[in-house]
Write a protein that binds this ligand. Structure first.
Ligand SMILES: NC(=O)C1=CN([C@@H]2O[C@H](COP(=O)(O)OP(=O)(O)OC[C@H]3O[C@@H](n4cnc5c(N)ncnc54)[C@H](OP(=O)(O)O)[C@@H]3O)[C@@H](O)[C@H]2O)C=CC1
Ligand SMILES: CC(C)(CO)C(=O)C(=O)O
Length: 307
């Protein structure tokens, strides 16, 4: 089995810093964070406080020449992926395994379309409730990284990533059907991220207010209906499987989309409701809840853009 000895990550935000801190502890200087000079200046000014430990990572700018690494991890937001792919050009060689921790159902395809190599694993993370404020990253649980091959094979790349996560102490799962797992997570994000963004609601309201929980699940059921048309076949059981996951998230924690709203950043709405409405139109499935959420979140973004 190929052993992963060098890793490069782009996107040192809530998710990247949480999992990156584990990889830095294991690999030290063989773990590289790629970032622009401005970002590096920010990271080095005060260090990065991940879960109450101060980290100083090994930073490189995208312009610095480097050799390809064994594994590249993308942990940026969806609309930052195109630039991030360009920035990782030195790090991805013909044998580099590529892992994208982004939510949504499009990042692997976007990476694949760049025709970099044939080592793209499908992946996502779940159960992590990471929040980023300035140079502090906090989470009550690090959750787990789910990954695998789309064709469900237990390939050498899958085994190499499994071995790395075991050495780094990163919880992981290799589900039987990673594409189904990614769609189920997408379904959850379509519900919880968007409703939390519109209502500015941390997790406790989803845990304690039945009417809010119900609205979230109504948005999720629109994804279930679409999934049956595209052959992914999510069911009510998939919706219910997220209830215990939700109950374990930190009551005061915020979804990544709510964090974007609070910080007045662009959200991932195009990759959640935007995608649901697009697929709904394509397959003739009504998506009234997501139509509304889409409009509301775009309006909130527009309101934030005028000062
Ligand atoms: N937060 C959570 O609990 C979870 C998030 N996710 C998903 O994970 C993904 C990442 O989310 P999250 O970590 O919350 O997002 P963040 O916004 O916290 O992190 C993204 C980071 O990427 C950095 N970045 C963007 N472009 C580049 C670039 N070209 N070079 C270097 N750094 C770059 C940003 O830097 P800067 O701020 O300087 O622009 C930022 O630090 C999203 O798809 C999200 O939906 C999945 C599960 C849980
Ligand atoms: C809801 C949550 C925390 C689940 O892991 C998530 O994926 C996000 O905030 O984007």
């Amino acid at each position: 089995m190929k052993k992963i000895q060098s890793v490069a990550l782009i996107g040192l935000g809530a998710i990247g810093a949480a999992y990156g801190s584990k990889l830095h502890t294991l690999l030290d200087s063989d773990f590289t964070v790629v970032a622009s000079k401005d970002r590096i200046n920010r990271y080095t000014a005060n260090g990065l406080d991940v879960d109450n430990t101060m980290f100083h990572f090994n930073y490189k700018t995208p312009e610095t020449n480097a050799d390809p690494v064994d594994l590249v991890i993308f942990a940026v937001k969806n609309d930052q992926l195109e630039q991030a792919l360009t920035d990782m050009k030195y790090y991805i060689g013909p044998d580099t395994i590529i892992l994208s921790l982004l939510n949504g159902i499009s990042s692997e395809e976007e990476i694949y379309n760049r025709k970099l190599n044939n080592h793209i694993l499908y992946s996502m993370c779940v159960g992590i409730d990471a929040v980023r404020r300035d140079n502090r990253i906090r989470f009550s649980s690090i959750g787990k990284i789910c990954f695998g091959e789309k064709d469900r094979s237990l390939s050498k790349d899958v085994l190499a990533a499994k071995d790395l996560f075991e050495r780094a102490g990163i919880p992981y799962e290799i589900p039987e059907d990673i594409w189904h797992t990614i769609w189920a997570k997408f379904m959850f994000n379509v519900g919880i991220n968007q409703v939390s963004a519109v209502l500015r609601a941390p997790y406790k309201y989803f845990q304690e207010v039945p009417s809010l929980h119900e609205w979230m699940e109504q948005a999720m059921y629109e994804v279930v209906a679409i999934s049956q048309k595209v052959g992914v076949n999510l069911t009510e059981a998939d919706v219910h499987s997220y209830r215990p996951i939700l109950m374990k998230l930190s009551p005061d924690g915020q979804t990544s989309m709510l964090q974007d709203i609070v910080e007045e950043r662009k959200t991932e709405v195009e990759y959640f409701a935007g995608k649901v409405c697009e697929l709904g139109r394509k397959y003739g499935i009504p998506t009234p809840i997501n139509d509304q959420l889409y409009q509301l979140i775009l309006i909130i973004e527009d309101m934030a853009s005028i000062k």
